[in-house]
Design a protein around this ligand. Sequence first.
Ligand code: KG4
Ligand code: ZN
Length: 358
Amino acid sequence: MLILGIETSCDETAAAVLRGTGKNRVGILSSVISSQIKTHAKTGGVVPEVAARMHVEKIIFVIKQALKDAKIKLADINAVAVTAGPGLVTSLMVGIDTAKALSLALNIPVIPINHMEAHVFSSFITYPSSEAPAKSRKKSNIKFSTGSNNNIFPALSLVVSGGHTELVLINDWLDYKKIGATVDDAAGEAFDKIAKLLGLPYPGGPALSLLAKKGKPVIDFPRPMINSKNFNFSFSGLKTAVLYYLRDHQTKKSDVAASAQQSIIDVLISKTIRAAKKYKVKTISLGGGVAANKKLRAEMKRAIKTNSLDSKFLIPDFTLCTDNAVMIAFVGYLRAIKKARPRKKTRTQILADANWEL
Ligand code: KG4
Ligand code: ZN
Protein backbone atom coordinates (compact mmCIF):
# COMPACT_ATOMS: atom_id res chain seq x y z
CA MET A 1 0.00 0.00 0.00
CA LEU A 2 1.36 3.42 -0.97
CA ILE A 3 0.28 6.31 1.14
CA LEU A 4 0.85 10.01 0.47
CA GLY A 5 1.10 12.27 3.53
CA ILE A 6 0.44 16.00 3.35
CA GLU A 7 1.25 18.53 6.08
CA THR A 8 0.43 22.26 5.97
CA SER A 9 -0.68 23.07 9.52
CA CYS A 10 1.77 25.90 10.18
CA ASP A 11 4.86 27.07 8.32
CA GLU A 12 6.15 23.99 6.54
CA THR A 13 4.65 22.65 3.33
CA ALA A 14 5.45 18.95 3.38
CA ALA A 15 4.67 15.75 1.49
CA ALA A 16 5.94 12.20 1.96
CA VAL A 17 5.36 8.78 0.49
CA LEU A 18 5.33 5.64 2.64
CA ARG A 19 5.04 2.06 1.53
CA GLY A 20 3.32 -0.38 3.86
CA THR A 21 4.61 -3.87 3.21
CA GLY A 22 1.77 -5.68 4.93
CA LYS A 23 4.16 -7.31 7.41
CA ASN A 24 3.81 -4.57 9.98
CA ARG A 25 6.57 -2.62 8.35
CA VAL A 26 6.64 0.60 6.43
CA GLY A 27 9.38 2.13 4.34
CA ILE A 28 9.85 5.84 3.86
CA LEU A 29 10.13 6.35 0.11
CA SER A 30 10.38 10.13 0.21
CA SER A 31 10.04 13.18 2.43
CA VAL A 32 9.98 16.73 1.07
CA ILE A 33 9.72 19.82 3.27
CA SER A 34 9.49 23.40 2.04
CA SER A 35 10.09 25.65 5.02
CA GLN A 36 8.75 29.21 5.26
CA ILE A 37 11.12 30.08 8.12
CA LYS A 38 13.11 32.68 6.16
CA THR A 39 9.94 34.61 5.29
CA HIS A 40 8.52 34.51 8.82
CA ALA A 41 11.88 35.47 10.33
CA LYS A 42 11.42 38.91 8.74
CA THR A 43 8.25 39.50 10.78
CA GLY A 44 9.50 37.71 13.90
CA GLY A 45 6.74 35.10 13.71
CA VAL A 46 4.17 33.43 11.49
CA VAL A 47 1.62 35.72 9.82
CA PRO A 48 -1.23 33.26 9.06
CA GLU A 49 -2.33 34.89 5.80
CA VAL A 50 1.25 34.86 4.50
CA ALA A 51 1.71 31.23 5.55
CA ALA A 52 -1.46 30.13 3.73
CA ARG A 53 -0.46 31.93 0.53
CA MET A 54 2.95 30.26 0.59
CA HIS A 55 1.35 26.83 1.03
CA VAL A 56 -0.80 27.56 -2.05
CA GLU A 57 2.33 28.43 -4.03
CA LYS A 58 4.33 25.38 -2.94
CA ILE A 59 1.98 22.47 -2.37
CA ILE A 60 1.85 21.08 -5.92
CA PHE A 61 5.63 21.29 -6.35
CA VAL A 62 6.24 19.63 -3.00
CA ILE A 63 3.87 16.73 -3.81
CA LYS A 64 5.38 16.31 -7.29
CA GLN A 65 8.87 16.17 -5.78
CA ALA A 66 7.78 13.61 -3.18
CA LEU A 67 6.38 11.38 -5.96
CA LYS A 68 9.54 11.85 -8.02
CA ASP A 69 11.84 11.01 -5.11
CA ALA A 70 9.73 7.95 -4.36
CA LYS A 71 9.95 6.97 -8.04
CA ILE A 72 6.20 6.46 -8.30
CA LYS A 73 3.38 7.97 -10.30
CA LEU A 74 0.45 9.83 -8.83
CA ALA A 75 -1.89 7.05 -9.95
CA ASP A 76 0.08 4.53 -7.80
CA ILE A 77 -1.06 6.16 -4.56
CA ASN A 78 -3.63 4.12 -2.61
CA ALA A 79 -4.61 6.65 0.06
CA VAL A 80 -3.86 10.21 1.07
CA ALA A 81 -3.41 11.25 4.71
CA VAL A 82 -3.61 14.94 5.52
CA THR A 83 -3.27 17.07 8.65
CA ALA A 84 -6.76 18.35 9.51
CA GLY A 85 -5.82 20.07 12.79
CA PRO A 86 -4.80 21.54 15.10
CA GLY A 87 -3.11 24.43 13.35
CA LEU A 88 -3.74 27.64 11.43
CA VAL A 89 -7.09 27.25 9.75
CA THR A 90 -6.21 28.82 6.40
CA SER A 91 -2.96 26.84 6.21
CA LEU A 92 -4.76 23.59 7.05
CA MET A 93 -7.33 24.28 4.33
CA VAL A 94 -4.65 24.29 1.62
CA GLY A 95 -3.51 20.76 2.50
CA ILE A 96 -7.02 19.46 3.05
CA ASP A 97 -8.39 20.80 -0.22
CA THR A 98 -5.41 19.41 -2.13
CA ALA A 99 -5.92 16.01 -0.47
CA LYS A 100 -9.63 16.05 -1.26
CA ALA A 101 -8.96 16.91 -4.90
CA LEU A 102 -6.47 14.02 -5.18
CA SER A 103 -8.91 11.69 -3.47
CA LEU A 104 -11.67 12.66 -5.90
CA ALA A 105 -9.48 12.44 -8.98
CA LEU A 106 -7.86 9.11 -8.05
CA ASN A 107 -10.90 7.65 -6.28
CA ILE A 108 -8.87 6.84 -3.16
CA PRO A 109 -9.66 7.47 0.52
CA VAL A 110 -8.58 10.64 2.29
CA ILE A 111 -7.66 10.18 5.95
CA PRO A 112 -7.78 13.25 8.24
CA ILE A 113 -4.90 13.21 10.74
CA ASN A 114 -4.49 14.97 14.06
CA HIS A 115 -1.11 16.73 13.89
CA MET A 116 -0.36 16.08 17.58
CA GLU A 117 -1.19 12.40 17.25
CA ALA A 118 1.35 12.30 14.43
CA HIS A 119 3.97 13.93 16.70
CA VAL A 120 3.13 11.35 19.41
CA PHE A 121 3.83 8.42 17.07
CA SER A 122 6.75 10.05 15.23
CA SER A 123 9.23 8.69 17.77
CA PHE A 124 8.27 5.13 16.85
CA ILE A 125 9.58 5.78 13.35
CA THR A 126 13.13 4.59 13.67
CA TYR A 127 15.74 4.81 10.98
CA PRO A 128 17.73 1.61 10.72
CA SER A 129 21.09 3.30 11.20
CA SER A 130 22.57 6.62 12.19
CA GLU A 131 23.17 7.49 8.54
CA ALA A 132 21.85 10.77 7.27
CA PRO A 133 18.11 10.31 6.70
CA ALA A 134 18.48 11.26 3.03
CA LYS A 135 20.60 8.16 2.52
CA SER A 136 18.84 5.81 4.88
CA ARG A 137 15.36 6.91 3.86
CA LYS A 138 14.89 4.33 1.15
CA LYS A 139 16.11 1.47 3.30
CA SER A 140 14.00 2.59 6.19
CA ASN A 141 12.01 -0.14 7.77
CA ILE A 142 9.72 0.76 10.59
CA LYS A 143 8.64 -2.30 12.45
CA PHE A 144 5.46 -2.12 14.41
CA SER A 145 2.67 -4.33 15.52
CA THR A 146 -0.95 -3.68 14.77
CA GLY A 147 -2.06 -5.79 17.69
CA SER A 148 -1.02 -5.22 21.28
CA ASN A 149 2.72 -5.03 21.57
CA ASN A 150 4.06 -6.26 24.89
CA ASN A 151 7.53 -4.89 24.34
CA ILE A 152 6.75 -1.20 24.03
CA PHE A 153 3.37 -0.50 25.60
CA PRO A 154 2.31 1.08 27.84
CA ALA A 155 4.40 3.99 26.59
CA LEU A 156 4.59 7.59 27.69
CA SER A 157 5.04 10.31 25.11
CA LEU A 158 6.13 13.85 25.89
CA VAL A 159 5.07 16.00 22.94
CA VAL A 160 6.61 19.42 22.96
CA SER A 161 5.94 21.71 20.03
CA GLY A 162 5.33 25.36 19.28
CA GLY A 163 1.66 25.19 20.22
CA HIS A 164 1.41 22.21 22.57
CA THR A 165 3.03 20.53 25.56
CA GLU A 166 1.38 17.22 26.30
CA LEU A 167 2.02 14.02 28.21
CA VAL A 168 0.28 11.13 26.55
CA LEU A 169 -0.10 7.60 27.89
CA ILE A 170 -0.18 5.11 25.01
CA ASN A 171 -1.74 1.70 25.62
CA ASP A 172 -1.47 0.47 22.06
CA TRP A 173 -1.17 1.79 18.51
CA LEU A 174 -3.71 4.62 18.19
CA ASP A 175 -5.04 3.86 21.67
CA TYR A 176 -3.93 6.60 24.06
CA LYS A 177 -5.00 9.12 26.69
CA LYS A 178 -3.75 12.64 27.37
CA ILE A 179 -2.70 12.80 31.04
CA GLY A 180 -1.25 16.31 31.15
CA ALA A 181 -0.98 19.51 29.13
CA THR A 182 0.10 23.11 29.45
CA VAL A 183 -2.32 25.47 31.14
CA ASP A 184 -0.90 28.47 29.25
CA ASP A 185 2.15 28.71 26.95
CA ALA A 186 3.62 25.64 25.27
CA ALA A 187 7.29 24.74 25.80
CA GLY A 188 8.19 25.74 22.23
CA GLU A 189 6.27 28.98 22.67
CA ALA A 190 8.31 29.67 25.83
CA PHE A 191 11.53 29.08 23.88
CA ASP A 192 10.29 31.38 21.09
CA LYS A 193 9.10 34.18 23.41
CA ILE A 194 12.19 34.12 25.64
CA ALA A 195 14.38 34.12 22.52
CA LYS A 196 12.54 37.21 21.32
CA LEU A 197 13.20 38.95 24.67
CA LEU A 198 16.89 38.17 24.10
CA GLY A 199 16.77 39.68 20.61
CA LEU A 200 17.20 36.32 18.85
CA PRO A 201 15.67 35.54 15.46
CA TYR A 202 12.58 33.42 14.76
CA PRO A 203 12.22 30.50 15.39
CA GLY A 204 13.58 31.04 18.85
CA GLY A 205 14.08 27.44 19.97
CA PRO A 206 17.14 26.56 17.91
CA ALA A 207 18.60 30.10 18.33
CA LEU A 208 18.16 30.07 22.11
CA SER A 209 19.66 26.62 22.50
CA LEU A 210 22.71 27.70 20.47
CA LEU A 211 23.23 30.78 22.64
CA ALA A 212 22.69 28.66 25.77
CA LYS A 213 25.70 26.54 24.81
CA LYS A 214 27.93 29.55 25.43
CA GLY A 215 26.46 30.25 28.86
CA LYS A 216 25.94 28.63 32.25
CA PRO A 217 22.59 27.99 33.97
CA VAL A 218 23.55 30.18 36.94
CA ILE A 219 20.26 32.09 37.32
CA ASP A 220 17.62 30.41 39.41
CA PHE A 221 14.53 31.03 37.29
CA PRO A 222 11.24 29.53 38.50
CA ARG A 223 10.35 25.95 37.60
CA PRO A 224 6.59 26.47 37.22
CA MET A 225 4.35 23.71 38.60
CA ILE A 226 7.31 21.35 39.07
CA ASN A 227 5.90 20.16 42.39
CA SER A 228 2.21 20.17 41.48
CA LYS A 229 0.61 16.75 41.84
CA ASN A 230 -0.86 16.66 38.35
CA PHE A 231 0.97 16.30 35.05
CA ASN A 232 0.16 19.76 33.75
CA PHE A 233 2.66 22.42 32.77
CA SER A 234 2.81 26.23 32.82
CA PHE A 235 5.44 28.33 31.11
CA SER A 236 4.10 31.88 30.89
CA GLY A 237 5.45 32.79 34.37
CA LEU A 238 8.95 31.83 33.31
CA LYS A 239 8.75 34.18 30.34
CA THR A 240 7.68 37.02 32.68
CA ALA A 241 10.50 36.17 35.11
CA VAL A 242 13.01 36.45 32.25
CA LEU A 243 11.47 39.77 31.16
CA TYR A 244 11.92 41.30 34.63
CA TYR A 245 15.37 39.77 35.06
CA LEU A 246 16.58 41.37 31.83
CA ARG A 247 15.08 44.70 32.91
CA ASP A 248 16.80 44.64 36.30
CA HIS A 249 20.17 42.97 35.59
CA GLN A 250 23.14 43.38 33.31
CA THR A 251 23.96 39.71 32.83
CA LYS A 252 25.48 37.81 29.96
CA LYS A 253 22.65 36.92 27.59
CA SER A 254 24.10 33.45 27.15
CA ASP A 255 23.67 32.80 30.91
CA VAL A 256 20.04 33.94 30.71
CA ALA A 257 19.48 31.62 27.74
CA ALA A 258 21.16 28.67 29.47
CA SER A 259 19.20 29.27 32.71
CA ALA A 260 15.80 29.66 31.00
CA GLN A 261 16.44 26.56 28.90
CA GLN A 262 17.41 24.64 32.05
CA SER A 263 14.15 25.65 33.78
CA ILE A 264 12.07 24.39 30.87
CA ILE A 265 14.05 21.14 30.63
CA ASP A 266 13.91 20.49 34.40
CA VAL A 267 10.11 20.82 34.46
CA LEU A 268 9.62 18.66 31.36
CA ILE A 269 11.89 15.92 32.72
CA SER A 270 10.56 15.95 36.25
CA LYS A 271 6.93 15.53 35.15
CA THR A 272 7.80 12.89 32.57
CA ILE A 273 9.79 10.78 35.05
CA ARG A 274 7.02 11.02 37.65
CA ALA A 275 4.38 9.94 35.12
CA ALA A 276 6.64 7.13 33.87
CA LYS A 277 6.97 5.81 37.43
CA LYS A 278 3.26 6.13 38.18
CA TYR A 279 2.16 4.30 35.03
CA LYS A 280 5.11 1.86 35.00
CA VAL A 281 5.70 2.46 31.32
CA LYS A 282 7.93 0.28 29.17
CA THR A 283 8.81 3.12 26.80
CA ILE A 284 9.36 6.85 27.13
CA SER A 285 9.30 8.84 23.91
CA LEU A 286 9.74 12.42 22.80
CA GLY A 287 8.05 14.21 19.93
CA GLY A 288 7.54 17.69 18.46
CA GLY A 289 9.90 20.50 17.52
CA VAL A 290 11.38 20.96 21.02
CA ALA A 291 12.41 17.28 20.94
CA ALA A 292 15.14 18.48 18.55
CA ASN A 293 16.76 20.16 21.57
CA LYS A 294 19.98 18.23 22.20
CA LYS A 295 20.14 19.11 25.89
CA LEU A 296 16.60 17.89 26.48
CA ARG A 297 17.39 14.65 24.65
CA ALA A 298 20.59 14.07 26.64
CA GLU A 299 19.17 15.02 30.03
CA MET A 300 16.05 12.90 29.57
CA LYS A 301 18.24 9.93 28.72
CA ARG A 302 20.32 10.56 31.84
CA ALA A 303 17.25 11.01 34.06
CA ILE A 304 15.80 7.69 32.92
CA LYS A 305 19.08 6.05 33.92
CA THR A 306 19.56 7.81 37.25
CA ASN A 307 15.98 7.01 38.24
CA SER A 308 16.72 3.35 37.45
CA LEU A 309 13.79 3.09 35.07
CA ASP A 310 14.24 0.26 32.65
CA SER A 311 12.01 1.99 30.09
CA LYS A 312 13.27 2.16 26.53
CA PHE A 313 13.84 5.71 25.34
CA LEU A 314 12.72 6.64 21.83
CA ILE A 315 13.57 9.93 20.21
CA PRO A 316 12.72 10.75 16.62
CA ASP A 317 15.40 11.47 14.07
CA PHE A 318 15.98 15.26 14.00
CA THR A 319 14.16 15.48 10.67
CA LEU A 320 11.06 13.96 12.26
CA CYS A 321 10.95 16.27 15.30
CA THR A 322 9.85 19.44 13.55
CA ASP A 323 6.90 19.40 11.17
CA ASN A 324 7.07 16.83 8.39
CA ALA A 325 4.72 14.67 6.34
CA VAL A 326 6.32 11.29 7.15
CA MET A 327 4.61 11.27 10.54
CA ILE A 328 1.28 12.18 8.89
CA ALA A 329 1.59 9.35 6.36
CA PHE A 330 2.66 6.96 9.15
CA VAL A 331 -0.43 7.62 11.29
CA GLY A 332 -2.50 7.56 8.10
CA TYR A 333 -1.15 4.08 7.42
CA LEU A 334 -1.86 2.93 10.99
CA ARG A 335 -5.42 4.21 10.63
CA ALA A 336 -5.85 2.69 7.17
CA ILE A 337 -4.84 -0.80 8.28
CA LYS A 338 -6.78 -0.57 11.54
CA LYS A 339 -9.70 0.86 9.61
CA ALA A 340 -9.96 3.37 12.42
CA ARG A 341 -10.48 6.91 11.24
CA PRO A 342 -10.84 9.50 14.02
CA ARG A 343 -14.39 10.15 13.00
CA LYS A 344 -15.91 8.37 10.08
CA LYS A 345 -16.52 11.14 7.57
CA THR A 346 -17.24 11.46 3.92
CA ARG A 347 -14.79 13.44 1.82
CA THR A 348 -16.90 16.58 1.95
CA GLN A 349 -17.29 16.34 5.73
CA ILE A 350 -13.55 16.58 6.31
CA LEU A 351 -12.86 20.14 7.38
CA ALA A 352 -10.00 22.01 9.02
CA ASP A 353 -10.32 21.83 12.81
CA ALA A 354 -7.95 24.49 14.16
CA ASN A 355 -8.38 23.38 17.79
CA TRP A 356 -8.67 19.61 17.33
CA GLU A 357 -7.85 18.20 20.77
CA LEU A 358 -5.95 14.96 21.18
O1 KG4 B 1 6.56 20.70 15.96
P1 KG4 B 1 6.95 22.02 15.44
O2 KG4 B 1 7.86 22.06 14.23
O3 KG4 B 1 5.70 22.87 15.05
C1 KG4 B 1 4.52 22.87 15.81
O4 KG4 B 1 3.74 21.90 15.62
O5 KG4 B 1 4.40 23.79 16.61
O6 KG4 B 1 7.62 22.82 16.65
C2 KG4 B 1 8.12 24.10 16.50
C3 KG4 B 1 8.69 24.55 17.83
C4 KG4 B 1 9.09 26.02 17.83
O7 KG4 B 1 8.58 26.61 19.01
C5 KG4 B 1 10.61 25.95 17.85
O8 KG4 B 1 11.22 27.07 18.48
C6 KG4 B 1 10.85 24.69 18.66
O9 KG4 B 1 9.86 23.80 18.16
N1 KG4 B 1 12.19 24.12 18.44
C7 KG4 B 1 13.12 24.02 19.42
C8 KG4 B 1 14.29 23.51 18.81
N2 KG4 B 1 14.01 23.30 17.48
C9 KG4 B 1 12.72 23.70 17.28
N3 KG4 B 1 13.06 24.33 20.72
C10 KG4 B 1 14.18 24.12 21.46
N4 KG4 B 1 15.32 23.64 20.95
C11 KG4 B 1 15.43 23.32 19.64
N5 KG4 B 1 16.57 22.84 19.17
ZN1 ZN C 1 4.18 20.23 14.84
